[in-house]
Design a protein around this ligand. Structure first.
Ligand code: TUI
Length: 310
């Protein structure tokens, strides 16, 4: 399927993997890129040195384009922005902030820049700053989220900008993909389904929590201090929400989540760890290879869309 995004990024299928902290390391990124999508290394809160190593390892595993996601609250974001240029990374996506100050440097180096946005205003700002595309991410997504749903956000962003739009949040199969295309998207970004991919290094306890999750099993913490995060409900989120209700200050809440994503992804601690996942977790029922995931989505979508040219 050809779209403005497959052309822009030189990829076979308009499917981009989410830039998930800890989860999106070189094995997953290379597997998604080898399967014809765009794999991403998620820099998350990692140091620049680690991100450089991950990029080098991904290059050893795939000749296809892959990207890096920078989480802009990372204290080493400036250094990571530089590493992306030095390592000749083809695509950068950004999250949790405004990447405008890096835009000129990236564009000069020929890096395609795709900010993740959660509002029309941010999408317009990013287009003016020189973005090549935007990811419009609805609040169905896992992790740090905005407040608008994918269904409402995507068509409004599509109408507001002329760069291609990638839909994200709540998309896990060919039906979601087809719906996103109907809203005017040129590609989708998928996170939760790739967390349980065979090639994902996520601990099997965490994968099982997603596989077993039902539609209503995620919750949102951090609303009180303006950093909402969606994760599967567990003892950690219960405790967090209890403290939030009692009016706990930001630092106290931060202490609870410090290192909690690592605990979940690496140690498989599904009690005290943060099990970030989107609302679509209820639809993700088995572990498959990235190739199987992508071909299943594309086959289903092409049938629904009647193989239309875009
Ligand atoms: O960034 C994400 N998702 C994430 S980042 C992350 S790491 C983290 N861990 C714990 C607490 C907080 C973060 C986990 N998941 N998605 C992309 C995204 N970006 N969603 C919303 C935004 C966003 C929010 C505000 C983009 C821009 C923005 O603008 C603020 C500004 O500076 O104007």
């Amino acid at each position: 399927m050809k779209t403005r995004i497959t052309e822009l990024l030189n990829i076979e299928y308009p499917i981009i993997q989410g830039g998930m902290a800890w989860v999106a390391e070189h094995n997953l990124a290379a597997a998604v890129s080898n399967a014809g999508g765009l794999g991403l290394i998620g820099a998350g809160g990692a140091p620049a040195k680690f991100v450089r190593e991950q990029i080098k390892k991904a290059k050893d595993k795939t000749d296809n384009p892959f990207g890096v996601n920078i989480m802009l609250m990372n204290p080493e974001a400036d250094a990571i922005a530089q590493v992306i240029v030095e390592e000749g990374v083809k695509v950068v996506t950004t999250g949790a902030g405004n990447p405008a100050k890096y835009m000129e440097m990236w564009k000069e180096a020929g890096v395609k820049v795709i900010p993740v946005v959660a509002s029309v205003a941010m999408a317009k700002l990013m287009e003016r700053a020189g973005a090549d595309a935007v990811v419009a991410e609805g609040m169905e997504s896992g992790g740090h989220i905005g407040s608008t749903t994918t269904m409402a956000l995507v068509p409004q962003v599509v109408d507001a900008v002329s760069v291609p739009v990638i839909a994200a949040g709540g998309i896990g199969d060919g039906r979601g993909f087809a719906a996103a295309m109907m809203l005017g998207a040129q590609a989708v970004q998928i996170g939760t389904r790739f967390v349980v991919a065979n090639e994902s290094i996520v601990h099997s306890n965490y994968k099982q929590k997603i596989v077993k999750a039902k539609d209503i099993d995620s919750t949102v913490t951090g609303m009180s201090h303006g950093h909402p995060v969606r994760a599967i409900r567990n003892q950690m989120t219960k405790e967090y929400l209890r403290l939030e209700k009692e009016g706990a200050d930001f630092m106290e809440l931060e202490r609870l989540t410090l290192g909690a994503l690592r605990k979940a992804v690496i140690d498989g601690d599904v009690v005290n760890g943060t099990l970030m996942a989107g609302q679509i977790a209820g639809l993700v029922n088995k572990e498959q290879s990235c190739k199987e995931i992508i071909s299943e989505i594309m086959n289903q979508a092409e049938e629904l869309l009647g193989n239309q040219k875009r």
